[in-house]
Design a protein around this ligand. Structure first.
Ligand code: BGC
Length: 742
């Protein structure tokens, strides 16, 4: 996958803080190093290109001003296999004469020193922070100049005393070194850096959007719970951090502890999110004032999941202006909008978007606080919602590289990617691992880009073959089943849902083989999928529409994953409708059923029941969360655990695809020919949706007017479409606007 000469023109060397790399087993957490280099530029500069890889994270300044607006850069990888550098070629800070490069390094994932249950502290690639930086300058006359990290660069401790991705930061502003990254600073007392080994992985340019501060929120309220302790409410659960604005005496210590829920007494409650962090604080930042007239500070090398922040030690009467909420995520564009006449559904749509972005800080994650882990199953279930709402394909492409890196020679995959080595034998399994198969498919479906399918074909095949090695009579039973269900007793066996993914993966592989011209494989894996379907049907289908014990997930799975015999389809749909109606249209499933059941119903003519399931307000249900004030999706129906998980989040894509009816088209991927099939449901008066496809913006709107419905559709220039109206009439559409009434 790497261009062979990708790293050939690097002249710079990896450097680090000379005191740290002394075979001392990484046992101490050291203050963040500040590294500086002074150099001179002539006046006839034509162009510049600066490449930087600062691990775990870096902040780069030139002549005292930050370069770019990236945060938490570079995006985590398995560093012994792949390391990403970031390129800047527009650096207004550079000038003729003396310039200074300043870099502060943070631990990030690279030096994850916090003891946790996934053992990131024992990652094979773990090491102290290190830096590779090269500035290439082309002069007007064509002469080349290079400034690269080497042993002449200088290093010092600074004010950032502690940073832990999972713990937070401690910053002592009294230790700031004014002018350290400016010319004419005397660095004689600074230490020389040490040349250190590279992290080991191939160097590769980071091409997906970086993380950025995407929004700044003003708290909606504050509650002084005792003198000196105030709890701020941002009104929204987010991933990011707080920017602090204070003034007071030097040395005054301010503590900020972040959480997404409150105790009855108004204090923040971290109990549900600190459980897997076994050393140090849980999402806590500390700031020691330097005593200036006004000071502002925000962390740089950690992030938190929170709505509330408890601030202790403010020297003056607290005000709402003491803090701002900084919303951080991968800076992809929003490309989808869905609105309808039901305010609760609109809130659910928003909450899903917030949960999605809060769980895409460089990589897709499960939650932004407790874990920040790239759980593959969570990403898989949220991927269509992601691709309908955000221009996220290139970010998934980069994450897939890490999945591929993490794959064992046997084809086995871990449940968390990037992987530190943990997670191959728990938490993985087909329902999670299929991210490696289906996300390439979704990228193709939504953007028309076949690259991921082509690049990972061999790995996907190895994965399917691995499943075959785990199968007995064409069924596999490894992996988790329908996770976080309403009732454990109402879950189909993991063998059923895992084998269903094994079936889909084999079928997908056959499709991929066809798409990439591998005829023999196309036949082989189509045969395999037929055999798996046969095994599923003979072991789990009892006739009369009944799969397994008639659980909603089992019925939804059979229909959605597509192994129901055509002659039995109507009976299975009937059973599913019966099961949902018997439960008063309330969910009785976990994260797998949450994707299968609404889609299976809608694909089989029962959008009405699916809509009731999604929109009913009682426990358990999506709107029940909203009624309780959820601003993001929760990890479980009861709200017992994390309150920012995305794995129940396919509902957002469902609304675009079944209510507005903007459907992806496997025959014409990337919306080259648009399929529109809106549905009218009881309880909704209008729907308005737009989606920026690679071909341009697609719009679908409908509005009840008296006894009829008015529709407006819009297709991009040069794009045709096929429309099915709710009355069954079919229409061919061309570019531009189209109105119908029925
Ligand atoms: C995570 C989930 C994940 C699961 C796997 C949890 O701890 O938060 O979202 O998919 O483990 O079992």
């Amino acid at each position: 996958m790497f261009e062979q000469n990708e790293s050939m023109d690097w002249k710079a060397q990896w450097i680090g803080d000379s005191r740290w790399f002394l075979n001392n087993w990484l046992c101490e957490v050291k203050p963040s190093p500040m590294i500086r280099k002074e150099f001179s530029l002539p006046s006839n500069v034509k162009s510049v290109k600066l490449r930087i890889c600062g691990l775990g994270y870096y902040e780069l300044t030139i002549n005292g001003a930050k370069v770019g607006d990236h945060v938490l850069d570079p995006i985590v990888t398995q560093y012994h296999q792949r390391v990403r550098y970031v390129t800047y070629d527009d650096i207004p800070q550079l000038r003729s004469g003396i310039n200074v490069i300043g870099v502060v390094l943070g631990n990030g994932w690279y030096n994850c020193h916090t003891a946790d249950v996934w053992h990131f502290d024992k990652a094979i690639w773990r090491d102290y922070p290190k830096l590779l930086l090269q500035l290439d300058v082309t002069l007007v006359d064509g002469t080349q100049m290079t400034v690269g990290s080497d042993k002449t660069w200088k290093v010092s401790d600074g004010p950032l005393l502690f940073d832990g991705l999972r713990n937070g930061e401690t910053y002592d502003a009294r230790k700031e070194i004014p002018g350290w990254d400016m010319p004419e600073f005397d660095d004689e007392k600074w230490l020389e850096v040490k040349i250190v080994s590279s992290p080991g992985g191939e160097l590769q340019e980071q091409t997906s959007p970086p993380c950025r501060v995407m929004q700044t929120l003003t708290p909606v309220s504050m509650n002084i719970i005792r003198p000196g302790t105030v709890v701020y409410d941002l009104g929204q659960n987010i991933a990011g951090w707080v920017q602090l604005h204070v003034s007071g005496d030097a040395g005054t210590e301010i503590t900020m502890r972040y959480a997404e829920r409150l105790e009855d007494n108004g204090e923040i409650d971290q109990k549900k999110i600190d459980s897997f962090i076994n050393s140090g604080d849980c999402q806590t930042d500390r700031y020691m004032l330097k005593g200036d007239e006004s000071e502002s500070w925000e962390p740089r090398f950690t992030y938190h999941g929170f709505r509330y922040v408890q601030v202790e030690g403010l020297p003056n009467e607290p005000t709402l202006d003491n803090i701002r909420g900084r919303v951080v995520y991968t800076s992809f564009d929003q490309i989808g909008i869905f609105e309808c006449s039901n305010p609760e559904l609109n809130k659910l749509q928003k909450a899903t978007q917030w949960a999605y972005i809060g769980n895409f800080v460089g990589i897709p994650t499960d939650c932004p606080h407790r874990e920040k882990n790239g759980w593959t199953g969570d990403a898989l279930l949220a991927a269509e919602t992601g691709l309908m709402n955000y221009d996220a394909a290139s970010s998934y492409m980069q994450w897939l590289e890490s999945i591929s890196d993490a794959q064992r020679a046997s084809g086995q995959l871990p449940g968390i990617v990037p992987s530190c080595g943990w997670g191959y034998n728990w938490g993985s399994g087909p329902a999670w691992d299929s991210a490696f198969v289906l996300i390439p498919w979704y990228i193709y479906l939504y953007t028309g880009d076949l690259t991921a399918i082509t690049n990972y074909y061999d790995g996907i095949k190895r994965y399917v073959d691995f499943c075959t090695s785990m199968a007995t009579e064409n069924l596999v039973s490894f992996g988790l089943g329908d996770w976080c269900p309403v009732d454990d007793e109402h879950m189909p066996p993991a063998e059923f849902t895992s084998s269903a993914y094994y079936y889909v993966d084999a079928k997908m592989l056959s499709t991929f083989a066809k798409l990439t011209g591998r005829d023999a494989d196309a036949i082989k894996y189509a045969d395999l999928s037929d055999q798996i379907a046969l095994a599923l049907n003979s072991n789990y289908y009892h006739g009369d529409g009944l799969y397994a014990n008639g659980e909603m997930t089992a019925l939804g799975c059979a229909l959605y994953q597509g192994f129901v015999e055509e002659s039995e389809r109507d009976a299975v749909v009937c059973k599913l409708v019966e099961a949902v109606e018997a439960n008063e249209c309330m969910p009785d499933f976990g994260i797998l059923g949450a994707k299968y059941v609404p889609r299976a119903l809608a694909d089989n003519g029962r959008v009405d029941i699916a809509f009731r399931l999604i929109s009913q307000p009682e426990f358990p249900g999506w709107i029940h969360w909203i009624k309780q004030g959820a601003t993001t999706l929760w990890e479980d129906w009861s709200g017992e655990s994390s309150r920012n998980h995305i794995m129940f989040g396919d509902v957002s894509a469902w609304m675009y695809q079944y209510l507005a009816g903007i459907l992806p088209n496997s025959e014409n991927p990337g919306f080259k020919h648009v399929l529109l099939e809106p549905h009218i449901v009881e309880g909704l008066d209008w729907v308005k949706s737009s989606y920026r496809s690679p071909k341009g913006v697609i719009k679908s709107e409908w509005l009840r007017k008296g006894d009829s419905i008015e529709f407006v559709f819009e297709l991009p220039v040069g794009v045709n479409g096929s429309l099915v109206l709710p009355n069954g009439t079919k229409h061919s559409l061309t570019e531009g606007q189209h109105k119908f009434s029925c």
